[in-house]
Design a binder for this molecule. Sequence first.
Ligand SMILES: CSCCC(=O)C(=O)COP(=O)(O)O
Ligand SMILES: [Zn+2]
Length: 204
Amino acid sequence: MTENLQLGALLAACHWIGQKGWSPATGGNMSVREGDAHCLITESGKDKGSLTAEDFLLVELESGLAPSGRRPSAETGLHTMLYSRYPETGAVLHTHSVNSTVLSRVERSGALVLEGYEMQKSLSGQTSHLDQVVIPIFDNGQDIPALAQKIIASSEHAPLQYGFLLRGHGLTCWGRDVAEARRHLEGLEFLFQCELQRRLLEAK
Ligand SMILES: CSCCC(=O)C(=O)COP(=O)(O)O
Ligand SMILES: [Zn+2]
């Protein structure tokens, strides 16, 4: 297999995510596309803040299996769903920050609507704080194929953009490459922190 040029960038992103405290314990999983039919994804159960290149497994998008026989992330099905449905997706980052975990519970509806923030423009295609950024929230579940099916069904009428939240669980976001996925993660995390603080202050 030829070297995946995005793997170094993904490794650096994982270390940065760990330093930010967005993947405590063994939380989170990260991947990059490897051609049309595969991705490289983190092995299940690793501390994502201290990974090495050997901790990424080649996985078939169609089966979700690693030909090596090692165990890829328990949430591989959400990554393969994104790569399969959105061919422009080049990297996927899933994190467990406090803000995404809390906000996805505080917001009881099926979406977090962000508006009025200049930092919305950190998301590709966003040009004004006056527009709405809608981040869907799906109820968490341990049956990943069923969860992926629910997300696919929702995306039929509301195409996915940037990321989605799993309630009480965390954020999954993506981009055309690792740099874009990382910018979306940092932008969304900033927006989540602002939104949580705004709600706290305005509730008083
Ligand atoms: C304490 S982490 C629970 C599982 C999870 O949500 C996660 O993101 C990590 O799972 P993986 O199999 O990718 O290590
Ligand atoms: Zn998770």
